[in-house]
Write a protein that binds this ligand. Structure first.
Ligand SMILES: Nc1nc2c(c(=O)[nH]1)N[C@H]1C(S)=C(S)[C@@H](COP(=O)(O)O)O[C@H]1N2
Ligand SMILES: [Mo]
Length: 418
């Protein structure tokens, strides 16, 4: 373990319980490997995606703050990292809150912060007239709803061969939800407009930070380029309900089309800033670099999500005949234009039907293909393409932290038809 790894491992451990001596990261990974071992070689690189919903979930109990989730659909990697099974994702246009993955860097704040939602305060800085506003006041400035795929940067990490450190997400650190909130541009306008030097929008999470650690090393504070301003929402509802604490209630900075980490939960400060946040989560974490290289601010940050799709059903087994293959697909930064499905590991492809409504560029859409399958074993893959003509690659190059995997081959599933 090099210095960076040691540092990040400690950082991850600190994230898990707030205490740096917690070593939960190691055992979590070991348990994951043990759980997949029984699937054997046939499952290949896609093994993590092939585990039936209950095989991993059965021993896992949900932590209190997410006790309301559907345990059958969740894989509990740690109290702060819960993944949705492929079966739990299904071919649904919208992910119900009970099935949405959870990823917390720090323990979630107390339920007290959602007791009186409209009293939540957020400081707006870097505008003509900076001020602290309550959520109740913010709500008077405008409202917009945006269906958006929410996806962790490390979704697909389990498929990389170099055993990238971090939660071994397969496909389930992703969901598609409808955010409702106040457009940040309306807030900026109401507060005297942008300061001229502004180059980033910086959001700060409202967690209480554990004592004894340098706040910069653990605080969740992310900066996104000012270009994103017009798409940002200060969201207070998810899927038409008050935003659950686990997903950032009472107020979250949502940047549609950007990886999960930029969607700062329990946001307490939104600042139009000249420079990027000094927090480690901005400066060196979430940076894409070659395997073995340390993170630094010159490397690309995990911002815009790319074109991606995966099959969610059927998994493992199906009866011979007319098999309905379904999954979800996302166009990235331009609209989804088509999805192809292969039942022979990518030798041949057929155009799938996009079954879900077009709810805008930031939303995923379910797809389906009927295939007449004889008894046998099939490798089922999907490949999405967007309106710019960018398709998912067959393979995705490794990077140190295992971010952004959208290669179709590793996301394929093995199906036995009998
Ligand atoms: N305040 C705060 N915001 C946060 C995080 C966090 O730990 N604290 N985790 C980020 C990461 S890495 C991801 S992937 C998403 C997960 O969102 P979810 O838990 O609602 O699924 O939240 C992001 N926003
Ligand atoms: Mo994430």
């Amino acid at each position: 373990m090099n210095d960076l790894h040691a540092h990040e491992a400690m950082h991850d451990a600190a994230r898990d319980t707030g205490h740096p001596s917690d070593a939960s990261r190691g055992p979590t990974r070991r348990r994951f490997l043990l759980s997949t071992a029984g699937l054997g070689a046939a499952a290949g690189a896609g093994a993590a995606g092939l585990i039936p919903a209950r095989a991993l979930a059965q021993d896992d109990t949900l932590p209190d703050y997410v006790a309301w989730k559907d345990a059958d659909d969740m894989i509990v990697h740690s109290p702060q990292t819960l993944e949705t099974t492929r079966a739990g994702q299904g071919a649904r246009a919208i992910t119900p809150d009970v099935d949405l993955f959870v990823r917390n860097n720090l323990p979630a704040p107390s339920e007290d912060i959602v007791a009186d939602r409209d009293a939540w305060e957020v400081s707006i800085e870097g505008v003509g007239s900076p001020a602290t506003m309550t959520l109740g006041e913010l709500k008077t400035l405008g409202v917009r709803s945006v269906p958006t795929m929410l996806q962790c940067s490390g979704n697909g990490r389990a498929f990389f061969a170099h055993e990238a450190g971090g939660t071994q997400w397969s496909v389930g650190a992703a969901g598609n939800v409808i955010w409702t909130g106040v457009p940040l541009s309306a807030v900026v306008e109401a507060m005297g407009g942008l300061v001229s030097e502004a180059a980033f929008v910086t959001g700060t999470g409202g967690e209480e930070l554990p004592d004894g650690l340098d706040p910069k090393t653990i605080m969740v504070e992310r900066s996104v380029p000012l270009d994103a301003l017009d798409r940002i929402l200060l969201a207070f509802e998810m899927n038409g309900e008050p935003l659950p604490l686990a997903h950032g209630g009472p107020l979250r900075m949502v940047v549609p089309g950007y990886y999960g980490v930029n969607n700062v939960k329990y946001v307490k400060r939104v600042a139009l800033t000249e420079t990027e946040s000094e927090a480690k989560i901005q400066q060196t974490s979430y940076r894409v670099r070659p395997v073995g290289v340390s993170g630094d601010p010159s490397q690309p940050s995990m911002y815009e999500m790319s074109v991606k799709s995966w099959v969610t059903t059927p998994l493992m087994e199906a009866a011979t005949g007319n098999v309905l293959i379904q999954g979800v697909a996302y166009g990235g930064q331009s609209p989804l234009d088509g999805v192809e499905v292969s039942v022979d590991g990518g030798e041949t492809w057929q155009e799938a039907e996009i079954t879900g409504a077009d709810m805008g560029v930031h939303s995923w859409r379910p797809f389906a293909l009927r295939a007449d399958l004889e008894p046998g074993t099939y490798t089922i893959a999907s490949r999405a393409m967007n309106a710019e003509g960018t398709a998912q690659p067959e393979d995705f190059p490794p990077n140190e932290r295992g971010y952004a995997h959208n290669g179709w081959r590793d996301h394929a599933v093995e199906l036995t038809v009998s």
